[in-house]
Design a protein around this ligand. Structure first.
Ligand code: FES
Length: 362
């Protein structure tokens, strides 16, 4: 009997590790074209440190496009057992400035700032656990990291991996996953293209996820932990079908930046007057809006049509990170910003309420 565990596979050593509180500089060392519109970018620590993370986690990257500093979160697609480097896999989104910039400009030798690892989309560490990994489109990245981890660890597994894409040529990591399914016992793989155009012959499944499909590939679904990442409608369908087929709610886990819960017990030490409003100036856009003391800066900015990047809206991902040129806020974040960034005047508008008039460099 194989008595090893995932912990025993990761051997402790005298390596120097990336410290999320201090380190932020990554060096791009490789760019690889995965499909016609997906590239993988591989990074090492600028100082040669190993980067520890859990499969399923992501990093928030500061990306300087032509005239904006944007923050975007990308799940790591590489194996957490290979800590010398991390890879992210990015689909070029039509009209998307950041993904297009990465595809067109990021090359080996470039340096980027990133914070992480972040996120809680992590497999429960339970012995002999059976899984259904479900991914749609570029949502494959965190579950690919999990699959690669299992492949590297060579431990016994019971995993069904279903990856859905638009057409066969959109299926990311098709060859690597097929090889993994050949060599890793207990790892069953299904591709699910929605449309078969461009493929001469296809003997596998096609269409969309459905109750019948889940019953076919995973008759024991109710005993499995479902790890799901993909577009919102894909996850909504997967969640509904999983529940109908008896997966307990705690065994259905999806990648969602809305997962953070702001704990009301940690509300401000400073009592604010609830009906007070403050002037909040966005210096680069030349806009000033009024924000109530009980409203977050992001929600008011959105209502007023002020441009501000955001994702989780709960202080977790770091996407909305902005420079506060003047004023005071009450910020209740969930790990999306580091202390040294706060010390340098940055804040997260999605989880910050004004305590005075503000000037924000946006
Ligand atoms: S939008 Fe995620 S931290 Fe603000």
């Amino acid at each position: 009997m194989d008595t090893r565990t995932m912990d025993s596979v990761v051997s402790p050593s005298n390596r120097t590790y990336w410290n999320p509180d201090v380190d932020s500089d990554l060096l791009c060392v490789d760019v690889h074209q995965e499909t016609h519109d997906v590239k993988t970018f591989t990074f090492v620590s600028d100082e040669g440190k190993h980067i520890a993370f859990s499969a399923g986690q992501y990093f928030a990257f500061d990306i300087e496009t032509r005239d904006e500093l944007e923050t975007r979160c990308y799940s790591v697609s590489s194996s957490p057992l290979r800590t010398n480097a991390i890879s992210i896999t990015v689909k070029r989104v039509p009209g998307g400035t950041v993904s297009s910039w990465l595809h067109d400009n990021l090359a080996p030798g470039a340096r980027m700032r990133a914070s992480g690892p972040l996120g809680r989309f992590i497999r429960p560490a339970v012995a002999n656990q059976k899984y259904l990994f479900l991914s749609g489109g570029s949502g494959i990245t965190p579950v690919m990291s999990m699959a690669r981890e299992l492949g590297d660890a060579a431990l016994p597994v019971d995993v069904i991996f279903l990856h859905a894409g638009r057409t066969p040529k959109d299926l990311v990591f098709r060859e690597e996953l097929s090889n993994l399914a050949t060599r890793l016992k207990g790892f069953r793989l299904y591709f699910l293209p929605e449309d078969l155009s461009g493929e001469k012959s296809w003997s596998g499944l096609s269409g969309r996820i459905s109750r019948e499909l889940f019953q076919l590939i995973a008759p024991d679904l109710s005993q499995r932990v479902v790890m799901c990442c993909g577009p919102a409608p894909f996850m909504a369908a997967a969640r509904k079908i999983s529940a109908e087929l008896g997966v307990p709610v705690e065994n259905y886990i999806e990648e969602s930046f809305d997962a953070a819960v702001i704990d009301d017990a940690t509300l401000p030490l400073i009592e604010v007057v609830r009906n007070e409003t403050f002037n909040v100036e966005f210096s680069k856009q030349g806009r000033t809006i009024e924000v109530g003391a009980d409203q977050t800066v992001l929600s008011s900015a959105k209502k007023a049509g002020v441009k501000m990047p955001s994702s989780c809206s709960s202080g977790l991902c770091g996407t909305c990170k902005s420079k506060l040129a003047s004023g005071m806020v009450d910020m209740k974040h969930s790990g999306g910003i580091r202390q040294r960034e706060i010390d340098s005047g940055f804040f997260l508008p999605c989880c910050s309420k004004p305590l005075s008039d503000l000037v924000i460099e946006r």
